[in-house]
Each structure stands twice: as structure tokens, then as C-alpha cells.
Design a protein around this ligand. Structure first.
Ligand code: GTR
Length: 404
């Protein structure tokens, strides 16, 4: 546990008293009573706030982007799956970046829904499949994976398989599309590389105050991947998934891009699903200090000043309505504030109700390992900050019921 984690507040009685901004009352005080009004008068102002004051705006459009099928096989996972590896290139101002998407599809049906999610250490870490090349991008050093000098090694092949229940997905008719997030924007506090750099005007070295941080950069990368996936004749629907910082990116991707048929936030915590105003575990000040590059600089003014935030994260979740949304926590992951994640799903549900979609009606967090699954779903499982088979089993059951 880091110093910031050990000295955080984990005492429910010390959660400050706060008033949660109402998803159904506009900034100027008007009540919203149906989904037409929500979309016309409220959704956009909330969206704009998150876009300018939290994650930051994408500063323009690409000049060009393209996809290249690099490799394909009909014989992955012992013949159960087909594999595709697609290089996605983004171009702007005569500069470009390329990132790789690994796709496995079940062979039973001509089309299948897929989960799209970033991985933390390279596509080769999610599977032992030798046909997946090592990432050439910067990776964080990790002694237990044998990664030093920020370069992926053979030794890290398959080290994250336990976080991706690929065979379970395939056996249940789902595919997986995954990308190493560091190929879109390396996760370090410097903006000299990755997707941001493409958009700089001469002499610019970092995004402007209300422009995108890394989370918005990663979300943008997911949207561009969606441009490929929606045109792949073997894919019916895409549910965007992410764990932790990548869960924050998945939520923002779901909010910014309505083509995602559903969104899964796995232990996304502060700046993801958790309510900021509770200041339980990780706080806005702590996250902006440890990871100054994740959010727009305009978000810094809420460091230790959450009470002045005119929004909270349940409104980020509400931006995804009426599409299916799954928020999941882990009991021992107090840094991510399971209760704050639960309440956020509960308070977002009033927007789902405008569309006559069932959300999380109860204010009482369920017992561990007792999922509540409606269009909005929630579970808190036993264990720590991680993605487990248990999590995937719930996501698969829920996606079968709610993703068309
Ligand atoms: C932590 C960070 C969390 C979460 C986590 C992760 O250090 O404080 O917000 O994003 O990293 O991504 O695993």
C-alpha cells in the first residue's frame, strides 16, 4: 500500500456531509421529467462539463485514419476461435501513431458480440497464444514480469491471462477485442508522445487547460477501434470494458460514443464510477497529484475542493443511459470506494427510469457476491482490486440478458 493509500479516509463516519447534484435538475434549476427533456436540456450540459472540466476535450479531428488486417487465423484456441490482428493508424499534421488490436471470435455463429477492453502490459500478456507479437511500445517496468528498460519480453507472455476469461467468453458466444493502452498513450506524465502529440500546433508541448488528459486520449483510441469493429462483418455488438484506470477510460468512451452497446466498469474508483464528494479512499486531490496527466488541467481546481464540483460521477454514468451499464467493485478494494461506486449506479438509475429501463432501485449495497442485474447492474465480489473469473461470469450472464 502506498503512503497516499494508507493515510486515506476509510471511515464511513468521516465521510463529509454533501449534497449530491441532481441529475434531473439543470444547472439553472429546471426540473427534467422525461427523456426527451433530459436529452435536450440536461444531458448536453453535463456532458460538456465533464468534457471541459474533468477529462478534457479532444482538440479537433484527425486528418486520416486507417485499419490494416495484419494477421488472421481460423484456428485459435484449439480451433474454437478465429483470430484477427488489426493495426489502427491515426494521422494528423503529418504525424501518425499505430496501435494493434487483437480479436478472438467464437466460430459457432457468423456474428458475435464482443467485449472491447484495454490491457495494461501488451496484447501478448492476455493469452499464451504464440501468434500474438510482443508490443514494441513503452511498458511500465515490472520485476515479477521480467520487464526492465520499459521493453516487453517473452517472459511476460500470458502473465495477465487470469484477468481475461477468454475461453469462457468464447464458450458463451462472445468475442474479445483488446489493445495495449500504452500504444495509444504511454501512461506517464509527459505529453511528448502518444495520441495527444499528433494534435499539437508548432511549439506546443502539452494540451491546453481544458483539453484532453490521458483518460480522454485512451477513450478516443477506443472510439477509433469502434470505427473498425462496427464494419467487421463478424461482429454484432461491442461492449466496452475496463479495469481501474482503464475502467475510467471505458466509462468516458461509453459517454462520448453512443455506438458502444454497453459499458462495464470494473473497480474504476475515483474519477470512474465512485462518487467524488464522499472523499472515501482515493480523492480528486490524491489522483491529480499521483497522476497529473490523467485528467484535464482544469480538473485540478477541485483538488481537496470536491464540494464545489457542480457534478459528480453518477452523472457520468447517467450519460450512458439508456444503454446497459455494469458497475463492479471488490470488497477489499477500499481505495476505489465500493459504496461510492454502488451509490453512483443507484443515483444514475433515475435517468434510466426516464427510458423505462430498470436500474438499481435500492439504496442498500448488496451483500458480497450477490449481483443485482438489470439494465444497470452492480456487484461487489470478495477479494481485492483485480479482474477475476467471477467478474467475467457475471458480465457474460448480464450481457446475454441485456445486450441485443
Ligand atoms: C491506482 C490509482 C487508481 C487506479 C489504479 C489502477 O494507483 O490510484 O485510481 O486507477 O491505480 O489503475 O490500477
Amino acid at each position: 500500500m502506498s503512503f497516499a493509500q494508507s493515510e486515506a479516509n476509510y471511515d464511513e463516519t468521516k465521510v463529509p456531509k454533501f449534497t449530491l447534484p441532481d441529475a434531473l435538475v439543470t444547472f439553472s434549476g429546471n426540473n427534467i421529467s422525461d427523456h426527451v427533456q433530459w436529452e435536450a436540456d440536461r444531458r448536453f450540459e453535463i456532458f460538456q462539463f465533464f468534457e471541459r472540466q474533468v477529462y478534457g476535450k479532444v482538440p479537433g479531428r484527425l486528418d486520416e485514419y486507417s485499419f490494416k488486417l495484419i494477421e488472421e487465423s481460423n484456428d485459435a484456441y484449439g480451433g474454437k476461435a478465429r483470430r484477427k490482428q488489426v493495426a489502427i493508424s491515426l494521422k494528423k499534421n503529418k504525424k501518425s501513431i499505430t496501435y494493434n488490436m487483437l480479436i478472438y471470435l467464437p466460430k459457432g455463429n457468423p456474428t458475435a458480440p464482443v467485449f472491447l477492453g484495454y490491457n495494461f502490459y501488451g496484447n501478448h500478456t492476455v493469452t499464451s497464444d504464440p501468434k500474438v507479437p510482443l508490443t514494441k511500445a513503452w511498458v511500465p517496468n515490472n520485476e515479477s514480469f521480467g520487464i526492465k528498460d520499459n521493453k516487453a519480453t517473452e517472459g511476460s507472455r500470458g502473465v495477465r491471462q487470469h484477468r481475461w476469461a477468454i475461453e469462457k467468453m468464447l464458450d458463451n458466444g462472445f468475442g474479445l477485442a483488446t489493445i495495449y493502452y500504452g500504444e495509444v498513450d504511454p501512461d506517464k506524465n509527459d505529453f511528448s508522445d502518444g495520441v495527444h502529440e499528433l494534435f499539437y500546433t508548432e511549439d506546443q508541448t502539452k494540451p491546453k487547460t481544458n483539453e484532453w488528459g490521458s483518460i480522454a486520449g485512451w477513450a478516443f483510441g477506443l472510439s477509433k477501434a469502434m470505427d473498425y469493429l462496427e464494419n467487421d462483418g463478424n461482429i454484432s455488438n461491442v461492449v466496452v470494458f475496463g479495469h481501474s484506470r482503464l475502467g475510467k477510460a471505458a466509462l468516458w468512451a461509453g459517454a462520448t460514443d453512443k455506438r458502444f452497446a454497453g459499458v462495464i466498469s470494473n473497480n474504476s474508483g475515483c474519477g470512474g464510477a465512485a462518487l467524488s464528494k464522499r472523499k472515501f479512499g482515493e480523492t480528486v486531490g490524491k489522483i491529480n497529484t499521483a497522476f497529473p496527466h490523467w485528467f484535464a488541467d482544469s480538473f485540478l481546481k477541485y483538488n481537496d475542493n470536491e464540494k464545489t464540483l457542480p457534478v459528480d460521477q453518477h452523472q457520468l454514468l447517467a450519460l450512458i443511459a439508456p444503454r446497459p451499464l455494469y458497475v463492479a467493485s471488490a470488497f477489499d478494494d477500499r481505495w476505489a470506494d465500493p459504496k461510492g461506486e454502488f451509490l453512483s449506479a443507484h443515483y444514475a438509475s433515475m435517468v434510466y427510469e426516464l427510458y423505462e429501463k430498470e436500474g438499481i432501485a435500492t439504496e442498500q449495497i448488496p451483500e458480497v457476491n450477490q449481483p443485482l442485474q438489470h439494465t444497470v447492474a452492480y456487484h461487489v465480489r470478495t477479494g481485492k482490486h483485480d479482474v477475476t473469473d467471477y467478474d467475467w461470469e457475471q458480465y457474460i450472464t448480464w450481457a446475454k440478458a441485456f445486450i441485443q
